[in-house]
Design a protein around this ligand. Sequence first.
Ligand code: DOR
Ligand code: ZN
Ligand code: ZN
Length: 424
Amino acid sequence: MKSISAVFATSSQVKRQQLQFNEQTGLIHAFGDLSIPQDKIDFYFNDDCLAFAGMGDIHIHAREDVSQKHLYKEDFQSAGLAAINGGVTHVCDMPNNPIPPIDDESYLAKLKLTEKSLVSFLLYAGIGPQTRPLKLKVPYKAYMGPSIGELFFKNDQELDEVLSHYRSQWVSFHCEDPVELEKHKTEATHHERRPVECEILATKTALRLIEKYNLQGKLCHYSSGEGLKMINQARARGVKVQCEVTPQHLYFSQDQLSDVERGFFQMNPPIRFEYDRHTLLEAAKRGEIEFLATDHAPHSKEEKEKGTSGLTGLDSYGAFVTWLLVDQKFTPERIALMCAENPGAFVNQFLNELSAHYPPFKKLGLGFGFLRSGFMANVTVLNLKSPYKLEAKDLRTKVGHGPFVGVTFPGRVEQVFVQGIAQK
Ligand code: DOR
Ligand code: ZN
Ligand code: ZN
């Protein structure tokens, strides 16, 4: 048995407590005021640090699939190293691969490849014009319009027909309306070709379909302030919809980017304007956005120079969280929800049934995100009093670049425990 003493933050309290875990099973034994004598504590973190249940990023693109075509961008191992570097202990991977996981067989074949990673992976299965639900209970991803990859819809009718087969399933949406995208395709800049109207229209459609087919909906990498109003109205009438936001949409806006940066910062949905950034920050602070998720989407430097959409984010997750805590005054309780408990709860609902078909999941106990007996002994410790300028050499993603290179954060990742093992 090993133990940690730290100021731990959960959604209900912030307090110096002790965590005891079994390093063989990698599971938590006990958490609370355990009266373990000081000299018997294995890992002590001073009051400059704040410890959370292991943080989880439920939206990444690790690029590995059975085709192995995109390993030059990232693979499950390098994505795992970037995650740990950023204080992230478990992730969920998106299906827009050369060979997308769209049925039980291709899903399990891709899952098998994740075993070389130090962090745990859950996979989304893809929804496309020809797909049907898996027998396995899994989360799904639908690209409402074209982004990266071949799995997307051309209009709402096509999406509506396919989703009619996915009643009551967990479906995450990339919200950019394909017809509206088409209308703007000759505009001068990337963000003008994919304006907020695309997201707002797609949000309307997604909310309508979530309600119509009783889906457990999630809107990915939400970027427009206006759209949030519709989401809140839908929630008020009982529509089950959650929301992700990325660090880059909370930190950057088109107004601040230089022309050189603008090209590199290209992603879908694009970085927006100050109004959107502020509205998203305030909404996240109030708890209207459930997940901080990076949309870690590595592309090589050459691809970025040619104008490929996607930004990395795993390496800077924890440092970015210190900015939310220290500079933006997010409460530790709110961060515990957005970065640990909500991501944990999202993943945990699939683990039990999936473990019957995928035995490695049996080792995950009750799962992630909670400092309770039987859950994974995953812990993210942030030092809030240790300013740190992120440099490219600090990144572990294969592509070696990221939007926060050059940014000074108020703190950094002090330590990460994955399955009871200290990683630093
Ligand atoms: O910018 C993006 N990149 N948006 C997406 O929807 C996909 C992602 C990728 O896979 O690179
Ligand atoms: Zn997306
Ligand atoms: Zn994505």
